[in-house]
Each structure stands twice: as structure tokens, then as C-alpha cells.
Unconditional design. Structure first.
Length: 57
């Protein structure tokens, strides 16, 4: 993690609240960690900044 990135850390419940706040305030450059089951892979984005996406349950 670089100093330019923000990290969501701490207790799981605190993470949920912090993540909700970030979503509501349209924040960006956040790193998050979680677990889940991939339900759908999204097509690769080859335009601009490349990334791979997935939908998690």
C-alpha cells in the first residue's frame, strides 16, 4: 500500500460502517479485504486502465 491509498481496516463491524460511509460519499482509492463466493465473472475491460471484475455473494 502506498501513502496515496487509503486502507479500510480494524474490526469487521467498523469495516462495514467505514465501507458504507465510503460508498455514500463516493470515495475512491480504497483498499478492502473480504471473502465470498464468486457468482459471476465480468468480461475483462481492455480499454483505459485494465481490470478484471467479479460479482460476489
Amino acid at each position: 500500500m502506498t501513502s496515496d491509498n487509503k486502507a479500510i481496516c480494524c474490526a469487521p463491524l467498523a469495516n462495514d460502517v467505514r465501507l458504507q460511509q465510503a460508498f455514500e460519499h463516493h470515495e475512491s482509492d480504497l483498499q478492502v479485504r473480504g471473502s465470498g463466493t464468486i457468482s459471476h465473472l465480468l468480461p475483462d475491460d481492455n480499454k483505459g486502465s485494465r481490470y478484471q471484475g467479479a460479482v460476489y455473494e
